[in-house]
Design a protein around this ligand. Structure first.
Ligand SMILES: *Cc1c(COP(=O)(O)O)cnc(C)c1O
Length: 393
């Protein structure tokens, strides 16, 4: 080897800097899975110029790749919004909203029927971070005006509450909030963004647990926060960056893969759940069916006014003569309905709740059991519930 000839690169260098590139021009329906921590720049000037905030380019994996931008874009479209940020879980989406819009000394209003871990987080914000937290009755409607204080910054709404199912008057709460310059954030997971047009009803910030119907596979944990207003989105982006909320692109892909069938699945869950809820309403063992589409559900009239469909998630109250031993036996006797948290997948689930530990004022008697109606044949699910009810007597 003469001194002027460059040595051949070694194996490691060659394999790392391989010159082969697949041809351009590939087209197919699936969105590509672009993994990245490092994102490359052509030169220093390009690196300094690139902004992660306006989404016109890519800077670092934490701020997104074409895969996550695509999911964010599609979720914003579903909700008729403009901006979307993905988070590692639905609960992380709630965290993102709280961190972006609350600071020490601020006041936040939260419905008493809120998703349990959200309540626990709010109590933590109160205990350790100097945020004042008040819980309001989910059916308060315009009466929320009386609870708004000088330092109220945010009102959370859940429509309906995902265990006790009260349907709140979202437009009335938004009108009262906006009259005082307060933001309204909605946990819109139950409607999947399909059955409730949140922005049209006045909401400022939508949160979704994509873990449910958007994924539909009982396999992914992910959340999203959607807005229309660029200033709100910028606040959220800053908090998102500071919290380091990245998502895995394989998981993003799984959600993208199931999104085209979401409305068809949602409608199938809805139809089956309404049949089962109506059947349960006629059973002597059940004192009340808490399904927003049935008249016994608190806020049913508001659901009729504001919603275009229902999820496959609803609850029942057993007759007060049955104790926990009996209702636990009911749940344990189910065969097709499995016992486990979360919902929105193909498999039916059933979970008993101890409402007295979850709510400030729980007035109902009778034990609450929640059903997630999956995609099994409706008649088979009814037969399963019927045989489990038979164990009560
Ligand atoms: C599941 C759920 C969440 C949280 O989603 P995770 O991805 O499990 O953290 C939030 N709100 C509601 C209404 C939910 O059902």
């Amino acid at each position: 080897m003469s001194e002027n000839t460059k040595p051949d690169p070694g194996f490691n260098t060659r394999i790392i800097h391989s010159e082969y590139a697949a041809p351009d021009g590939f087209a197919a329906f699936p969105v590509g899975i672009h993994h990245a921590s490092t994102v490359l720049f052509d030169n220093v000037a390009a690196m300094r110029e690139r902004s992660w905030q306006d989404k016109s380019g890519y800077t670092y994996g934490l701020h997104g790749t074409p895969t996550s931008f695509t999911l964010e874009g599609r979720l914003a479209e579903i909700e008729h919004g403009e901006h979307c940020l993905l988070t590692p879980s639905g609960l992380a989406a709630i965290t993102l909203v709280n961190m972006a819009f609350l600071q020490s000394g601020d006041h936040v209003l939260i419905p008493d029927n809120v998703y349990g871990p959200s309540r626990d987080q709010a109590d933590w914000l109160a205990r350790s971070f100097g945020v004042k937290v008040s819980y309001y009755h989910p059916l308060i409607g315009a009466g929320i005006a009386e609870l708004i204080e000088e330092n109220t910054r945010l009102i959370w709404v859940e429509a309906p509450g995902s265990v006790s199912m009260e349907v709140p008057d979202v437009p009335a709460i938004c009108a009262a909030a906006h009259a005082r310059g307060v933001l309204v954030a909605l946990d819109n997971t139950w409607s999947a963004g399909i059955a409730f047009a949140a922005f049209e009803h006045g909401v400022d910030i939508i949160m979704q647990a994509l873990t449910k119907y958007q994924s539909g596979g009982s396999d992914v944990l992910m959340g999203a926060v959607i807005t229309r207003d660029v200033a709100l989105n910028t606040r959220l982006q800053m908090a998102h960056m500071r919290l380091g909320f990245g998502v895995g692109m394989d998981d993003v892909y799984l959600v993208l893969r199931n999104l085209p069938t979401m409305q068809i699945r949602f409608n199938a869950h809805d139809q089956s759940a309404r049949k089962i809820a109506a059947w349960l309403a006629n059973r002597p063992e059940i004192s009340k069916v808490l399904h927003p589409a049935l008249p016994a559900c608190p806020g049913h009239d508001i659901w009729q006014r504001d919603f275009t469909g229902a999820a496959g998630l609803f609850s029942v109250l057993f007759d007060a003569k049955y104790g926990e031993e009996q209702t636990d036996r009911f749940v344990d006797s189910l065969k097709l309905f499995k016992l486990g948290y979360s919902w929105g997948g193909a498999h039916s689930l059933c979970v008993p709740y101890r409402m007295q530990y979850m709510r400030s004022n729980w007035a109902e008697s009778g034990i609450l059991v929640r059903f997630n109606i999956g995609l099994e044949d409706t008649q088979d699910l009814i037969v399963d519930i019927e045989q489990a009810l038979a164990t009560l007597s």
